[in-house]
Write a protein that binds this ligand. Structure first.
Ligand code: MN
Length: 511
C-alpha cells in the first residue's frame, strides 16, 4: 500500500517558492525582507503539513501554495500571501497560536485566525449557508484581506472538484456561485469572480454548461481569427489618428456570464452584443475619449449601448468607457476603453487600491496613501455594516438568508442624487428607502420627493438610474404607513425605532 501511495505522490509536481513569486504581476517587485517572510512561511507550512494529503492524493502543502499563488496573482500584500501559505496550519496541524505569533507576528496571526474562524462551520444545509454568509460579512467588516484569502482558498478548492463525489462537488459549486463569486464582485475583484464562476459552473449545472459551451463554439464572433482581424483594423486606425495606446487586447465573454445573460434573453444568443470585446488601454482620460471618437468613426455604434463609467463609475469603483459597435458584416462587438490605472483596479479590485503607487511617492507618502485608501474602502463598503445590523433584526434563519441575498448580493439599482452621487439599492426599493440610505436624518424628516423632475408620492418605487431628490422639513416625521412603503430592512428598522421613541403608540405587531 505504502508503495502505491508513493507512486501517486510522485506524479504531482512539487511546488517551489519561485512559483509564488512569479505569480505576482510583473510590475511588482519584492524587497529582500518580503522575500524572506514568504520563504519562512513556505518552509513552515511545508514542515507542518508534512504527511497530510488531499482527496486527489496530492500532498496537502500543494493546496497551500496554490492558494498563495492565487493571492499573489491578485497583487495582494506580502502578509496576505504569507497567510495563504499558512492558512490551514492553525486548524489542521500541530502549530499553535503562540508559535505562529512568535514566528510571524501579530498581523499574520490575526489573518490566519480570521480565515480559520471563517472555515469552521458546524451546521448543515440552509443553516450552514446562513452561518457562512454571516461570518463572511463580519470578517469583511474587520479586515477585508481575510475574505480575499478565503476566496483564493475557495478558488483552488473548486479547481479540484473532480476528486469529490458528484453531489458534494455540486453543493460546493453552487455555494461558490451564490456566495463567493458574488462577494468577489462586490469588492471589485472581477478577475477572481470570473475564475470562480468558470471553475464552478460545469459542476453546478452540468447540462446547462454543455449547452452554453456548444452555443458559444458555434458563434462566429467568438472565433479568434475574427477578433484578430478587427484588432488589426482598429490598431491601424488609432495609428492614423496618432493615438498612443499602451495595450490592446481582446477577450471572449466567459461562459458563466454568457449563461446568466442567455437565461434572461430566452437563450437567444443573437441578442448578446458583447460575446467578443476589445480592450484598449491608454495613458490618460483625455485619450480614452479620443480613442472612442476614432472607434465610432470606424464602426457605427449600436444605439443605447454607450456607457460612460469614467464620468459615472460603478459603485464598486469600476471605471471604463463601454460601447458596442456593428462590425459591418452583421455582427457586433464591444469596445472597452480605459487607463492603465483603471484597468488594474478592474482586475484586482481592492488590492490595486492598497498598492497603487503615485509616481515619485516617498515611502512615507506611500504609507499615508495606503492608509487613506484603506479608510476610503472602509467607507465604500459600509454596506457590510448595514448588513450586520440588518441581520440582528431578522430572527428566522431562512428569512435571513433570503433577505441577505435579496438586499446585498442580488443585482442592485443605481439611483442618482441631483448632485450626481450614486446610492445603491436593491430592486423593489422606493423613495423612502432612498432617503434612509442617504441618512437616517433625511429619512426621518421626509416632506416630499421628486423622481426625474416630477413630484411623486412617498410610496413610489424606483427604477435603475432614476434621479431622486428628497425634500425635508424640520417638523415632518415618519408615519406607520411608511413601514409598508419601505423595502429595505435599514429603512424599516429606522422607521420602527423612530416610532418607538417618539410615537409611543406603535402596535405590538410592528415591533
Ligand atoms: Mn484551505
Amino acid at each position: 500500500m505504502a508503495e502505491i501511495k508513493e507512486e501517486i505522490n510522485k506524479s504531482f509536481l512539487t511546488p517551489t517558492l519561485e512559483d509564488v513569486f512569479s505569480s505576482l504581476p510583473k510590475s511588482r517587485i519584492l524587497s529582500e525582507e518580503e522575500k524572506k517572510i514568504l520563504e519562512k512561511a513556505f518552509n513552515f507550512s511545508k514542515e507542518y503539513h508534512e504527511g497530510q494529503f488531499r482527496n486527489s492524493g496530492e500532498p496537502y502543502f500543494n493546496h497551500c501554495v496554490q492558494t498563495a499563488k492565487n493571492i499573489a496573482r491578485q497583487n495582494m500584500d506580502t502578509d496576505t500571501i504569507a497567510t495563504g501559505l499558512l492558512h490551514d496550519t492553525l486548524e489542521d496541524t500541530k502549530a499553535t497560536k503562540e508559535k505562529i505569533g512568535e514566528e510571524f507576528g501579530e498581523d499574520i496571526l490575526f489573518l490566519i485566525q480570521g480565515v480559520t474562524k471563517l472555515g469552521t462551520i458546524k451546521y448543515k444545509g440552509v443553516e450552514r449557508h446562513v452561518e457562512s454568509m454571516r461570518k463572511f460579512f463580519i470578517a469583511m467588516a474587520e479586515d477585508i484581506r481575510v475574505v480575499v484569502i478565503k476566496l483564493c482558498d475557495r478558488l483552488h478548492n473548486v479547481s479540484t472538484l473532480e476528486y469529490l463525489r458528484p453531489e458534494k462537488a455540486k453543493r460546493i459549486a453552487i455555494e461558490t456561485l451564490e456566495i463567493h463569486a458574488r462577494l468577489a464582485d462586490r469588492i471589485g475583484m472581477g478577475k477572481l469572480k470570473s475564475e470562480l464562476e468558470d471553475k464552478a459552473f460545469p459542476y453546478a449545472y452540468p447540462e446547462d454548461f454543455k449547452k452554453v459551451k456548444d452555443m458559444f463554439e458555434e458563434t462566429k464572433s467568438a472565433s479568434e481569427d475574427y477578433l484578430l482581424s478587427i484588432l488589426e483594423r482598429v490598431k491601424k486606425e488609432l495609428e492614423i489618428f496618432d493615438i498612443l495606446y499602451i495595450k490592446i487586447d481582446h477577450r471572449l465573454k466567459h461562459l458563466y456570464s454568457l449563461y446568466e445573460k442567455l437565461k434572461k434573453l430566452n437563450w437567444d444568443i443573437q441578442k448578446i452584443y458583447d460575446i467578443a470585446a476589445m480592450r484598449i488601454i491608454v495613458e490618460d482620460i483625455g485619450t480614452c475619449y479620443k480613442a472612442l471618437g476614432v472607434i465610432h468613426g470606424l464602426y457605427k455604434p449600436v444605439p443605447g449601448r454607450f456607457k460612460d463609467y469614467i464620468a459615472v463609475p460603478k459603485p464598486n469603483l469600476y471605471q471604463s468607457l463601454h460601447t458596442t459597435v456593428f462590425d459591418g458584416e452583421g455582427g457586433t462587438f464591444e469596445v472597452q476603453i480605459r487607463t492603465q490605472k483603471m484597468h488594474e483596479e478592474a482586475e484586482y479590485g481592492i488590492a490595486s487600491h492598497l498598492f497603487y503607487k503615485e509616481a515619485g511617492d516617498t515611502k512615507k507618502a506611500q504609507e499615508r496613501h495606503k492608509l487613506n485608501k484603506v479608510q476610503d474602502l472602509k467607507e465604500k463598503i459600509s454596506w457590510t455594516k448595514d448588513l450586520i445590523r440588518a441581520q440582528e433584526d431578522m430572527q428566522e434563519n431562512k428569512n435571513l438568508l433570503k433577505n441577505i441575498k435579496k438586499e446585498f448580493l442580488d443585482k442592485r439599482m443605481f439611483i442618482h442624487t441631483p448632485k450626481g452621487d450614486i446610492i445603491e439599492l436593491p430592486p423593489g426599493s422606493g423613495v423612502i428607502d432612498f432617503a434612509y440610505s442617504v441618512h437616517s436624518d433625511v429619512g426621518n424628516h421626509i416632506a416630499g420627493a421628486m423622481v426625474n423632475g416630477k413630484l411623486v408620492s412617498l410610496n413610489t418605487k424606483l427604477k435603475n438610474n432614476d434621479i431622486v431628490e428628497i425634500f425635508t422639513k424640520e417638523d415632518a416625521k415618519p408615519s406607520r404607513k411608511w413601514i409598508d412603503y419601505a423595502f429595505t430592512s435599514v429603512a424599516k428598522r429606522n422607521i420602527k425605532n423612530y416610532l418607538k421613541e417618539h410615537g409611543g403608540t406603535i402596535d405590538k405587531f410592528f415591533i
